[in-house]
Design a protein around this ligand. Sequence first.
Ligand code: ATP
Length: 484
Amino acid sequence: MTDRRFEMESALRAAVAERVGESRFGLWFGDGVRLGVDGDALTVGVPNRFFRDWIKGKYAGELASVGEAVSGRRLELAFEVADELEPGVDEVSPSPEGPPPDDRRRGPTVPIALPSSPGGWPSPSPSPGPPVDRPRSRRGRPLRRLEEFVAGPGTRLALAACGEMAEAVGATFNPLVVHGGVGLGKTHLLEGVAQAVSRRHPGARVVHQTAEAFTNGFLESMRSGTLNAFRSRSRSADVLILDDVHFLAAKRATQDEFQHAFDALVSSGAAVVLASDQHPRLIPKLTDELATRLLGGMVVKLEAPDPTTRRAILKAKAASRGVDLPDAVAAYIADHLRASVRELEGALHSVLAHAGLTGKRLDLDLARSALRDTIRHTAQAIALKDIERAVSTLFDLPAEGLKSDSRARAVTHPRMLAMYLARKHTGAAYSEIGRYFGGRNHSTVISAEKKVRCWLADEQRQSLLAGFETVGDVLAAVERSLGT
Ligand SMILES: Nc1ncnc2c1ncn2[C@@H]1O[C@H](COP(=O)(O)OP(=O)(O)OP(=O)(O)O)[C@@H](O)[C@H]1O
């Protein structure tokens, strides 16, 4: 059933776009934001509190005028925050004094354009075009660009935030944390920010490394008595980009060092961009001091791409290799491989290699034959019921026991393990897992995942089951029976 509150949405959106301009509209009123009229209220549905605070601080006046113009009466603003994380997780505080964002994102396959900088470092020529000397990754390949990132509903906000970061370098929000599962484009986005900053602000010093390299550099400098040099290097950046922040989990000394570097950088006006495979609140054994800092800017999640976006990614990747991928082939790959973009890339690579080696036409038959083994393997992917069965068997619980209302530890602990394994081995969303295991909500699954990670990080923690030494051993036993 359609929600009658949103009957006037298109008129409201058109009027807001008219007032705030296409580019700002694209960033702040894109897919995740809804506009509707409910009685005397103009309802503004936003993805998280960051958006609520930003829109309230910057656009309340425009929204009130638009509401009145479209509905013919004065409306109060009412925000609905659809934050998918547990309450308190996304407590972010934007600094509404920053310059307005100006991103030109339009649709799933349209690359964003980054307008020229308002100031700061000397700007390059107004029409950037492909840079002659494209910055390279440590492995010598050119850095991926934001324009090459194909956004869909679950990644558009992250792309827009990275575009804004590359443009305003921390003046709009700081830090930016991008988090999400394996192979969903975190490194690509970070490289894109590094590349765009270098292009937009050629004088800027961009330090771009992994948390592991930061950790190794720190430990080595302690060992060799060169801590001062390490500090002056890591604290003199204009933009610090740190990948795989979850690597800092349980590394107390490195966390402290990074926290001081972070404070020094932010107080000198530098921008910080981070990626992690988990939300900062879920990284085990991260000090509260550091977690709070990471949550102090914008935290944005990358979701796995939907089928339309998967197809668009495949088409774009093939086009970048000069291949016009037939729709049927793109659809076949996109429908069978869903876990990550890296997996899609691998499949595309196999299909193109197969075509090249056999000289056959690139069509559905060729794709089927090239991917037969890969897809057979994926078809055996783990389902929620497999995890339920494996955990119940190991803990000797009755069928449906994990879905029951029982609050006894003998049931709640295995249920938490099952939820953790479901996140790890299936593509299911928090809400889907919660529903499956007895109609629970997504925050229960988030808490379960966090709890299990703490158990795993705690070496003193006893296992949950007689006969096993650690929680890790219990999980390994379940995973063995799942055939992973
Ligand atoms: N939306 C996208 N559009 C285009 N390419 C993408 C997209 N998402 C991911 N990719 C590509 O998929 C590959 C894997 O992405 P990337 O390495 O950035 O993932 P990641 O999230 O950092 O993974 P990991 O957690 O394993 O480090 C890269 O080649 C990247 O360019």
